[in-house]
Design a protein around this ligand. Structure first.
Ligand code: PAF
Length: 273
């Protein structure tokens, strides 16, 4: 299964490819549902692009066997007060995309659990672009002993490095040129971080990443190194427990606004061989 909110681009289609390659004899189901419970009151739920006919057409050519496109009433037959809810664990929904979007990951885990109960997939595929979401969904599956194995697929990028996203189409031509800077700054700071071994140095790299993004014209929301597995924050550099850090255990994650568009991206800290 590949859960999506539709308006499919090459990034989604690669998830479909990965699902098909994972088990060639299984059916691939793509769900398309713009989930209201993961949007905040002032977010882009209303203007989120809905392009079902075009999505189905794209999926036809990519080995998708069925599309599940439920209505809001099917997904949420009871009003908010009557619903069973699941909540994302506080230790993973700690800052990053949860900081400015309270309740966002509760909406994500609630809808993913519902989609899994409807489709009963043995495997589900998610993009690494939404890295915090991926870790939270992994926890959902392991904590609730779901029968679904979660698979991660690398972020698909435009030729200048911008991570593919349905929200990129909100960018003006000038913003679109600037947008690739987010990935560039992430890569530069991540490669410098490979030589760092203290929390103090990594915190300085975070601050300089934020300044670089501001200089390019972004309004950064966060630019943070976190533990790649459990998303733990860097230790306080002044703490007596703050020993040396292995930078390869970290992930660098960022969110920044360009005009009214919110972009997110992240990179692994990998030593080149
Ligand atoms: O990543 C998305 O598109 C959504 O958050 C998801 C996982 C389909 C849940 O609505």
């Amino acid at each position: 299964m590949v859960p999506t909110m539709g308006n499919l681009h090459e990034g989604h289609l690669r998830l479909v490819d990965a699902a098909g390659e994972h088990n060639t004899s299984a059916s691939v189901v793509v769900s398309i549902f713009v989930n209201p419970t993961q949007f905040g009151p002032n977010e882009d739920f209303e203007r989120y692009p809905r392009t079902l006919a075009q999505d189905v057409e794209r999926l036809r050519s990519r080995g998708c066997d069925a599309v599940w496109a439920p209505t809001v009433d099917i997904m949420y037959p009871f009003p908010a007060e009557g619903r069973i809810g699941v909540t994302a664990p506080a230790e993973l929904a700690d800052g990053l995309c949860a900081g400015d979007r309270p309740g966002h990951f509760d909406g994500v885990v609630s809808v993913v659990l519902r989609l899994f109960s409807q489709v009963l997939p043995h495997a589900a595929f998610f993009g690494e672009k939404d890295y915090q979401q991926l870790q939270i969904i992994r926890r959902l599956a392991s904590d609730l002993s779901l029968m679904t194995t979660i698979h991660a697929v690398e972020t698909v990028r435009e030729s200048d490095g911008l991570a593919m996203s349905s929200r990129n189409q909100y960018l003006s031509a000038a913003e679109r040129e600037t947008a690739a800077g987010l990935y560039r700054v992430l890569q530069e700071q991540a490669s410098t971080a490979l030589h760092a071994s203290s929390a103090g140095t990594l915190l300085r790299l975070q601050r300089s990443g934020i300044e670089q993004l501001q200089t390019l014209g972004f309004e950064p929301e966060y630019f943070e190194f976190r533990h790649a597995g459990n998303l733990a924050r860097l230790p306080d550099p002044d703490s007596v427990h703050s020993g040396p850090i292995d930078p390869t255990a970290l992930r660098l994650l960022a969110a920044a606004r360009l005009g009214s568009t919110r972009l997110i991206d992240n990179v692994a800290l990998v030593r080149q061989k």
